[in-house]
Design a protein around this ligand. Structure first.
Ligand code: MF3
Ligand code: CO
Length: 283
């Protein structure tokens, strides 16, 4: 499944109108250039610098998350830190997206827009997705964190399984494997634990643009899609629902939520394909 056949797959499936909205959005965001752009070791080094900045922001925000804090508080903390680092935010202005972070609470999957009206409460989970560009190269990563200490056993498991599935995918980032090896490993781990993977939103190549080819679905079969070759950099980002996999996009045209109202978690890393195996750039 390359970037194009990924599209065909979405188009041929009989998606309900709600799902079509989110699929369209994802396709608009991830298309343009189909060509996979491999990076030199020097470019990968630059991407590691951007990746480390994103991690610094996420680590800082983890400490800010608490009951009573709004998602706009997180946004403002991130905006300041990114500026202090001398980097630029990757998401703000991207297809008109208004903020530097995506903050998605509970049943929100991805692309939640920070707001002073959204206050975190004990027992919530919040996914924080951040991207920066520094010296022309992008970094993109996401975490999902609990608010307070009183997380239900099911939510604790959802966070653990989603993060572990990301590492299962990363283990498959080897020269000669395919995009399908990554998706298959993620999907297997998630479904073995009774959860489901979102289909309409996928990971992506990354480099001098936030979204490059190929698309990286969190499902699939070994051997499907583009072969992984030295110098590719992949943003792998499993989105995992505690209930059914279907999604819809809210009237703000951004926030993707689970159709059944179940909870959703999201973890993301940028990973380079090297002769030594997977190199995580966002740590
Ligand atoms: N990590 C997400 C992605 O790669 C965040 C994009 S938010 C947007 O799709 F605003 F930039 F679209
Ligand atoms: Co991404």
């Amino acid at each position: 499944m390359d970037a194009r056949s990924g599209t065909t797959k979405l188009k041929s499936a009989e998606l309900e109108s709600a799902k079509l909205e989110s699929a369209k959005l994802e396709l608009i965001m991830s298309f343009g250039e189909d060509r996979i752009i491999r990076k030199s070791p020097e470019e990968i080094e630059k991407m590691r610098r951007s990746g480390k900045m994103v991690r610094q922001v996420l680590n800082h925000l983890k400490g800010v998350v608490a009951a009573g804090v709004t998602t706009m508080d997180l946004e403002q903390a991130a905006e300041k830190l990114i500026a202090d680092l001398g980097a630029a935010p990757a998401f703000k202005g991207y297809y008109g997206y208004p903020c530097v972070l995506c903050t998605s609470i509970n049943e929100e999957i991805v692309h939640g827009i920070p707001s002073e009206k959204r206050t975190l409460k004990t027992g919530d989970i919040v996914s924080i997705d951040c991207g920066v560009v520094y010296d022309g190269y992008y970094g993109d990563a996401a975490i999902t964190v609990p608010v307070g200490e009183k997380l239900t056993a099911e939510l604790k498991k959802l966070l653990e399984v989603t993060e572990a599935s990301l590492y299962k995918g990363i283990e498959q980032v080897k020269i000669g494997n395919t995009v399908g090896h990554v998706g298959s490993a993620i999907q297997k781990h998630v479904e073995a634990n009774g959860f489901s993977v979102v289909r309409e939103f996928v990971g992506h190549g990354i480099g001098t643009k936030l979204h490059e080819a190929p698309q990286i679905p969190n499902f699939g079969k070994k051997g499907q899609g583009a072969e992984l070759t030295e110098g590719m950099v992949l943003a792998i980002e499993p989105m995992v629902n505690s209930g059914r996999p279907e999604t819809k996009v809210l009237s703000d045209k951004w926030t993707a939520v689970t159709l059944d109202g179940s909870y959703s978690a999201h973890f993301e890393h940028c990973v380079a394909v090297t002769r030594q195996g997977p190199m995580i750039l966002t740590q």
